[in-house]
Ligand binder design. Sequence first.
Ligand code: DGJ
Length: 720
Amino acid sequence: MRKITLFFAIVFCCSISAQVIHVKTNKNSLVYNVTKSKKVHQAHYGKRLNSTEGISNLKAIFNEAYPSFGNGRPNEVALLVKHDDGTLVTDLFYLSHDQNTKNGIQYTSIHLKDEKKNLFVDLHFKAYRKENVIEQWVSIINKESKAIELQNFASSAIGFKAREYYLLHFYGSWRKEMQMVEEKLTNGIKVIETKQGVRATEYENPSFMLSLNKPAQENSGEVIAGALAWSGNYKLTFQLDEVDRCQVTAGINPFASQYTLQPNQEFTTPRMIYTFSYEGKNQASINLHRWARKYNLRAGDEIRPIILNSWEGAYFDFDAKLLKGMMDGAAEMGVEYFILDDGWFGNKYPRNLANAGLGDWQVNKKKLPNGISDLIDHAEKKGLKFGIWVEPEMANPKSELAENQPDWIIQRKNNRKPMLQKNQLLLDLSNPKVQDFVYNVVSDILKENPRITYIKWDANRSIQNYGSTYLTSNNQSHLWIDYAKALEVVFAKLGKNHPKVIFQASASGGARVEYGILKNTHEFWTSDDTDPIERIFIQWGTNHIYPPIASAAHVTSSPNHQTGRATPLKFRFDVAMGGRLGVELSPTKLNSEELEYAKKAIQIYKDKRHIIQFGDLYRLLSPYDDDGYAAINYVTENKDEAILFVYCLEYSRRSERNVVKPQGIDPKASYLVEEINMDGKNKISAHKKVLSAEVLMNRGIDTDLRKPFTSVMIQLTKVK
Ligand code: DGJ
């Protein structure tokens, strides 16, 4: 932390003329002006400026880089502090800033101080040059004489000037995550938030795309994509003010979360991630995907294995024999990992249903008398690696854990009845003892079974029973924040101490899909809905913000367990192959023809997955367009290879609409077009023909898809 005495010297030395602070990537610029009166104004966020000359003569977009309460502005505030004397006004002034660039990342910190109080605020920015992504977060440092209370503490506030604003955001529910809606902003405030605490992305995702002047197009227009990296309560506000500016304020949801900061303590907000595209939505997604693979995903440059997860194939109803049979089938198909899902633990209260055993992480002796190692031996004999499911933040009331450690449970106190969700309660992660317990549940499993190299970490309830026996009565409102911070610490420590283990974030399906948890995990379980038609929509929305390599997508049995819809195996594979492919069924239930097809499809995915997992994703035909089709393609960085999927969602009469135009390929090259992963005769007339990229991208390929639930997978290979 800086010395306060430095403040006066710096203020003096910098007070001579207005300054420009330029946060920049190859294609984006975020510019702040420091005025003569030491205010920091936002001057620009958008296209990269090679020269900022004269910008300080223009009107600011917003006259505060981090708007605080009490300095006259009517807009949403990023900061509201109750100072040591009970006053609420904060007025921030520039002290200094520093900037440096290392390995393609520009680091900027702008140091601010309240005019009267010893409250220091540092605005931090990381600008990723090549990926065109800017991260912002804030440190708030209390140098006042007594404790202060933070009441609002956003990660960032950024403003725009345009004629109109269109907000695309992602909403949903269990088994229907990441649905998309776009709306024109009207004057006032639009809020996207959660108060769930845990399982925070179930109903809304902390991300958006905001387009300026006209509704977002895939390949044109100015679009800002944003995402908050935080696993707890969040709040994103979009305020269209009286002079038609739009201020986006994003951060932890301050709802019931007043945070006391003792003297000399520092509060750090989560990171808000932005990218600005002036080539439409698709480029914004590509920027985020590239950035995530490199900087915000564990081992984002490593190929993901194909797994078979036991859940939909066995649920709670298994023994060692049944699991070994599943492994045999998985190995025959060419799967690389076997993941044992829920139901393997609990003895006094066996986990045979969702109503008991959660919290008692000892192997169930009745179901698995020879333990986990016996299963791993079998998996290894079959050439499979092994992974296991845990839900360490939770306990069923019917568990030894809940009996022995009642104080560890988040509770409403005053003898109020606990509210259950999925028959379970939540452990109080604000308590360091609980943090150790949760860490050790996973770490002990991994230490005792070093051959387990994949953990599926589930979380199936939200906070609700608000109250902590660990936090003091004055600090009860810290629970939401301390919980989320502790979760991050536990995940980071596990990752550090078990660097070779793959971690999946699951939460009733896709209720933990955000960049905070992704920093310490390899992937997320995208949804508990595995019906391919539903998945086309869910994956479509998810991949607007999060990369396909992290989107776990499993082929399950037909009729689908969630929707009852019957679909062909090929269609199910073609949809799941759009993400991190897995299988979640009992292979013993497949007939020999299906097994043969599955084997072939899995081999194709193995051969082509580098294109899907590391390539750029282009959205070609939207399932939202009511046309009955969806299409996407993936292109490698060197543009040598591409994979194209076209899906038919509805019956289409005999028509010539099913033309698809791939994107992102080398416009000067020609490509060999081949339909792959077929389950009968080919459905494209260009099969095995060479077409120029110009023909492909402008005329397009005809695909003979008319029946619902039919699809094609097409490979494009550059002809040198
Ligand atoms: C919810 C997950 O999303 C499912 O995949 C499965 O693991 C169940 N929990 C098990 O209880």
